[in-house]
Design a protein around this ligand. Structure first.
Ligand code: WQD
Length: 332
């Protein structure tokens, strides 16, 4: 059966770029859209090596007319919508930017597909669960958000549900837990230079001797060693979750939601120690007070994705740490 034609927003980002690369390698036709506000043109150059890749540089939050033109010209079967600003701390300092960018980009995508029989896969986040749930967290858990970033993710899911119901659009929202690592070909790399907030890029900056040490935010949480516990998932498992959703989406009605996590928890200290052991690199750290908005423990109940998408994460924390380091160690 011929592969579906995919339109990928945010196609030069860490997750969108890795997905686009693997989709092109698997023979999908990919129409990429990005405005490079949070990604590098070097990623587009890698994707340009595929003959089945077309690219448009536009800001979809500001260009409904252009989005309409691209969609009527290219006629994709499915849109995978990665584009969005995603820094929790930045969103708290610039709420208007996050609400404008994240909501309007999704509204414009929905407006341009509402009468075109095109399905939608949306890059959502475990942040929609906030700090009101016991882990492991199932999809029907309570929503609560404590950052503008998380609120825009929840709002986008609601927007998608309304359009899905009103225009009979098949939609899937994939709620990411903590993506880390680099795909097998080590070409699309998470940017560690643009002052990242996330844990793994911080560890990589110490390993690359960019930073002298990492600060662990809090060591008195009710966890195995007092540091925060999360559900880290290898980027390749995350990307495979999208391919699993692609295979099932046309058989699904309205808007469905799936956690993309491993169902396992790893503490900050455990991740640091694992990284040190598998890569034989010392990571200096100190302890700081708890970070505003952090939850102690957050990991997925991934059973629904297993049941409905026939998808399970397979890679271990060791593999995540090896691949994360391999991705950056030879780069500048
Ligand atoms: C993980 C753990 C920190 C940095 C974020 C956002 C969102 C989402 C997932 C997409 C926590 C600790 C971190 C550091 C530390 N992505 N930490 N020192 O906050 O779980 O979720 O990523 O939707 O971007 O919600 O990820 O990597 O920031 O933190 O001790 O320098 O590492 O306290 O326990 P988080 P994170």
């Amino acid at each position: 059966m011929k592969n579906k034609k995919l339109l990928v927003t945010g196609s030069t980002g860490y997750i969108g770029g890795t997905f686009s690369y693997e989709a092109l390698k698997s023979g999908y036709e990919v129409i990429g859209i990005d405005n490079f506000s949070n990604s590098k043109k070097a990623t587009k150059q890698i994707l340009d090596n595929f003959i089945n890749f077309t690219f448009y540089e536009i800001d979809i939050s500001k260009n409904l007319k252009k989005v309409n033109e691209i969609i009527s010209k290219t006629k994709p079967d499915v849109i995978i919508h990665f584009a969005g600003l995603k820094s929790v701390s930045e969103s708290e300092k610039n709420q208007n930017l996050y609400w404008q960018n994240n909501i309007l980009s999704t509204l414009n995508i929905l407006e341009s597909i509402k009468n075109n029989n095109i399905s939608l896969i949306f890059s959502s986040s475990a942040t929609v669960y906030g700090d009101k749930n016991e882990s492991p967290i199932p999809e029907e858990a309570k929503f609560s958000t404590n950052s503008a970033y998380g609120s825009t993710k929840l709002a986008q899911e609601l927007l998608i549900s309304d359009y899905s119901r009103a225009y009979d659009i098949s939609c899937i929202s994939l709620r990411y837990f903590n993506p880390v690592g680099t795909h097998a070909d080590k070409l699309i790399i998470e940017d560690i230079m643009s002052s990242p907030n996330n844990l793994m890029p911080r560890i990589l900056r110490v390993a690359k001797k960019i930073d002298e040490k990492i600060s662990i935010y809090g060591n008195r949480y009710p966890t195995k060693d007092g540091t925060g516990e999360r559900d880290y998932i290898h980027i390749s498992d995350l990307v495979n979750g999208h391919f699993a959703a692609l295979k099932k989406i046309n058989g699904m009605d309205n808007h469905n939601f799936f956690n993309l996590g491993t169902g396992k928890k790893t503490s900050v200290l455990e991740l640091i120690r694992t990284f040190e052991n598998v890569n034989d690199i010392k990571i200096k750290f100190d302890y700081k007070s708890e970070r505003e908005g952090d939850v102690a423990i957050c990991y997925a109940d991934p059973s629904l994705a297993k049941k409905e998408l026939d998808w399970t994460a397979t890679k271990t924390i060791n593999e995540m740490c090896v691949d994360a380091w391999k991705g950056v160690k030879d780069g500048d």
